[in-house]
Structures are given as C-alpha cells and as structure tokens.
Design a binder for this molecule. Structure first.
Ligand SMILES: NC(=O)c1ccc(NC2CCCC2)nc1
Length: 246
C-alpha cells in the first residue's frame, strides 16, 4: 500500500510512524510512505502557502494553487488510482470498519491542513473523503494522518507477527477487547484468572467473549445499540452480568 502525505510538516507523520509495527511494515515495504510539502509548489520568494481568510475574522487559510500543483505531482508519481482524504473535525468519524476499507486500497493521499484549514474550493475539487479522528480540534491534520497510517499499516498482510491478532483486536467484531494477562501468575495486584491457564481453549475463548461482551455493555453500550446479539452472546452477557452481582 502506498500513502502520500501532503503537509507543511510531512516529517511529523514520518516520525510518528517510524517505530514498532508501523515502522516494521514500512521497512518490509508493506507500506510506502511519501511526504509532500505544498511549499515546494508555492510562488514567490516567500513561497506563500496561506493567506488571510475572506470575510474577515482571525486566522489564515491554506491557498488553493500550491495544493493543486502539489496534488497533481502526487497523482503523477504513481499510476495507481488515489483516494484523497482530508483530515478535519468536519469529517466522518473514523472507525475500525472504515480503517479496514481504507487498508484495502492501493493508494491513499492524506491531506493535512494547518491554520483554519484549506480553501473550500480545493476540498470540493480534489478531496474524496473528509475524515475525523474525534470531536476535538488539532493544530494540524498531521497527527490525525499519523493515526490513519498506523491503523491501516497494522492491517497490511505480514505486518503483525501472528496474523490472527488483527482479527482479535478490539472493534474487530464491534466489541471492546477482553482483558489480557501475563507473568507472574500471582502478584500483589492480583492473580491471573485460572481459566486462562486451564489449557481448555474452548473455555478460554468463551471467557474472553464474555469479558468483551460485559465490558462493551458496561463501558460502551452505544456499540451494542441496533445490534442483534446471537442467542449464545445474549446468554454469555447475562451470565457475565449476573456474576458481577454475586
Ligand atoms: N479531529 C480531527 O480529526 C482533526 C483533524 C484536523 C484538525 N485540524 C486541522 C484541520 C484544518 C486545520 C487544522 N483538527 C482535528
């Protein structure tokens, strides 16, 4: 998968995705990340990329033309069709379902705004999708872009050592993740649940599913709204909640 990042600070996304699973995916060529700076496509001695907003009011807006030229160069750089994403609070909320869809694309272009944002004409003419990582305002789109890179990189084939772990992630089936434990078995903070050391894989899978259902019910009931739980899941959830009462 190729990702092109258009940003006044492309190295910010590069550095945020140079470690761990994402860094390894890049080293293995599972993900190619290219940075582009619209300042390189701006005119004049000062290579102006932004200017005052029409209509008055505070703040600056990123100019259309340097971005247009920059995006033309990005498109030109590889024959694969691009899907242009603009990171902004006005975008559709990113979730794991959309991450899986983005991860399956051959190319992504992540457009990162600064100041008050990008001239709307550029958004209308060039952007396929606006995406938000949450209802809060960042000083730039770069950290949101880094999150998109991270989420799609780990889903590339070969990125995670045991491929199964992507499926067992939180949200993979719309539920929160179960708790995890490792050594030592006994610690001042508590003991590892016996079922996890039973070697009974069916019981372990059942326990993990039950924990995920109970946690989702308790912490994120919104994820269960409008979702038809299977008979087995309903039973697991009821049993799990009853156990909390005891
Ligand atoms: N919630 C988000 O995904 C998000 C994205 C970009 C941003 N700021 C950028 C957008 C245009 C200028 C700064 N803030 C928040």
């Amino acid at each position: 998968m190729r990702i092109d990042v258009v940003s006044l600070f492309p190295e910010e996304v590069d550095r945020c995705t140079a470690f761990g699973v994402t860094g390894r995916a890049r080293e293995r060529g599972l993900l190619q990340l290219h940075g582009w700076n619209p300042r390189d496509y701006a005119d004049g001695n000062y290579r102006k990329t932004d200017d005052r907003t029409f209509g008055g009011g505070p703040g600056m807006v990123m100019l259309v033309e340097p971005l247009r030229r920059c995006l033309a160069a990005v498109r030109e750089a590889d024959p694969a069709p691009v899907h242009v994403v603009y990171l902004s609070p006005q975008g559709r909320r990113l979730d794991q379902k959309r991450v899986r869809e983005l991860a399956a694309m051959p190319r992504l272009v992540l457009l990162c705004g600064r100041y008050e944002g990008v001239d709307e004409r550029l958004v209308q003419a060039e952007v396929d999708e606006e995406l938000s990582i949450g209802d809060y305002v960042l000083s730039g789109g770069e950290l949101a872009a880094a999150i998109v890179v991270d989420t799609v990189a780990r889903l590339q084939d070969g990125a995670l050592n045991d491929a199964g772990s992507a499926e067992q992630d939180s949200f993979e089936d719309g539920l929160l993740d179960c708790p995890h434990y490792s050594h030592p078995v006994e610690h001042a903070y508590g003991v590892v649940p016996a079922v996890l050391r039973s070697g009974n894989h069916a019981a372990i899978a059942r326990w993990r599913r039950q924990q995920a259902l109970v946690r989702t019910w308790q912490r994120r009931p919104d994820l269960l709204e409008g979702r038809e739980l299977s008979k087995a899941d309903r039973k697991l959830l009821q049993e799990g909640l009853a156990a909390l009462e005891r």
